[in-house]
Design a protein around this ligand. Sequence first.
Ligand code: 6GU
Length: 240
Amino acid sequence: MRIDVVTIFPEFFDVLDISLLGKARQSGILDVSAHNLREYTHDRHRTVDDTPYGGGAGMVMKPEPWGEALDELLGDATPGDSAASAPLVIFPSPAGQVFTQKMARELAHREHLIFGCGRYEGIDQRVFDHAATRAEVRLVSIGDYVLNGGEVAVMAMIEAIGRLIPGVVGNPESLVEESHEDGLLEYPSYTKPAEWRGLEVPPILLSGNHKAIDAWRREQQLERTRRVRPDLLPVEPSEE
Ligand code: 6GU
């Protein structure tokens, strides 16, 4: 998978060289490049923002550098290219559709993702409108809170998507039994010693009875999800 990120802070993405995703990059499974938006400016100050038409607080990112950056990264793509190889342009934005495990699974099948990180009060609307004439464009949020820019959100999305690409996580089974994969939160895990600081591992896990262990883990998942994230559960029919 190829991932291009356009940002005024390309250094943010240096951390992708370490850990699991770093290995995937070295082996060629994942090809991530961060591009400096200022490289697409032509003035002495490498200006990427200006005051908003209509007034108001803050600055808006100018369309011209974005247009040049996307022209270069999109090449001759057209929105009719609906194959997995057609680039998908994602703008991180608190005004976007919420990123979920389901969306991560879908995006892991794409061959080329382009992330456009906005800063300041946002990007001139015409950048989205123009990009949409060349490629599929989505605004995506990572949750209901506000970040100063899209970089940290894109990092989270790259990690969630990258680990689903075959070969990135060593044991694919470890992807199955985790929070959100089956719609529930994960069950609690324990390792040796069997007793630590007076706290015991639930005896059922030492029983060797795998059917009973599976049932216990399922019950733990349900109990935890009901307590912490009841919104994830299907609505129970009310008793009347
Ligand atoms: Cl994707 N961007 C920004 N700037 N803030 C956010 C976000 C994204 N998702 C939640 N808050």
